[in-house]
Design a protein. Structure first.
Length: 317
């Protein structure tokens, strides 16, 4: 994607979507990636899928690495994921990955010249999955493990960004990790997480973006932001992984029960939809076709950027 990064804007604290009752800020201790579809992703499991194949069917149940003390309701987790180059770009700088056995899911949207966006997003996904897996038996809280994984990805991208051909690269991150009957979410940039329950869809994460700064100060509203003429500023983000030696993710927690879904997506998808439209498309789709239908509609509405989504669904055991 052709996102720019700026440190000139004040950090935004107003969410781009309405808050939901099941989303709360999680405690995170300090640090100790259809038709003509090009998938960019990595699935880590006992039988790893190729990174260039979309994961578009329900996944086997995922066992949380560090379940919470409370007894979780009997659930299993299904996941469907897909990435598309879109209608304009000549390469796909989005990347997704997940580890079903550990219950961790990641979506990144890279930025940078030439192929550097692809490098940033793929390295970030790999670093998060690797770091999270390495702490599986540590007994450290899930939120802390996820924070450490994002920090590890930040340092990896930052160090590799010192290579001349990678100068200026960075990436957004939205990641989710199972913690018993909860899902812990972390985000940097403007890739988003939404909660889906029945016919309702609500944004969980807060965009670190120029657009959200305008929403926070009242210049725009959530409803008209996607139609505003921002003169090329619509893709400017105020935080990213890999553009500095340190990064500050935000964290959230979602209570899971059968029937609740969480959608992770890049702005190549979210820029084209308001929440009720996402809910309507998902309600009219099978689980297997949900990501493909969202991507198809985003392309119908312009497909100006790469488009990626990961859908996580809690089901009865």
């Amino acid at each position: 994607m052709t996102e720019e990064f700026t440190n000139e804007l004040e950090q935004s604290s107003a969410p781009s979507g309405q808050p939901v009752e099941s989303a709360t800020q999680a405690d995170a201790a300090p640090d100790p990636a259809s038709e003509s579809t090009e998938a960019q992703g990595a699935q880590v499991s006992a039988d790893p899928a190729s990174a260039d194949q979309p994961a578009s069917s329900p996944a086997a149940p995922a066992e949380p690495a560090t379940p919470s003390a409370a007894t979780a309701p009997p659930m299993r987790i299904a996941v469907s994921a897909l990435s598309d180059i879109g209608c304009v770009r000549t390469n796909n700088e989005d990347f997704f990955g997940y580890d079903e056995s550990l219950g961790v899911f990641v979506v990144c949207d890279g930025m940078g010249g030439m192929a550097s966006g692809e490098v940033a997003s793929s390295r970030a996904v790999a670093a998060i999955l690797s770091s999270y897996a390495a702490s599986a038996a540590s007994g450290i809280p899930v939120s802390t493990r996820l924070l450490h994984a994002i920090n590890t990805a930040n340092l990896d991208v930052w160090e590799n960004g010192k290579i001349p051909e990678n100068k200026g690269m960075g990436t957004t991150v939205v990641a989710a990790a199972l913690d018993g009957d909860k899902l812990i979410l972390g985000n940097v940039g403007d890739s988003r997480a939404y909660i889906i329950q029945g016919d309702q869809c609500k944004q969980l994460t807060v965009d670190h973006s120029y657009v959200n700064e305008l929403i926070r100060n009242g210049t725009l509203t959530i409803e008209n932001a996607h139609n505003a003429d921002l003169r090329g500023m619509e893709s400017v983000i105020t935080r990213a992984v890999g553009v500095a030696a340190e990064v500050q993710p935000d964290f959230y927690s979602v209570d899971l029960k059968p029937g609740i879904g969480v959608l992770l997506a890049t702005d190549g998808l979210t820029r084209y939809f308001v929440e009720n439209e996402i809910a309507a498309i998902l309600a009219a789709s099978t689980f297997e076709s949900a990501c493909a239908n969202l991507i198809h509609m985003a392309k119908e509405r312009g497909g100006q950027d790469n488009v990626t989504c990961v859908l996580i669904l809690a089901l009865p055991a």
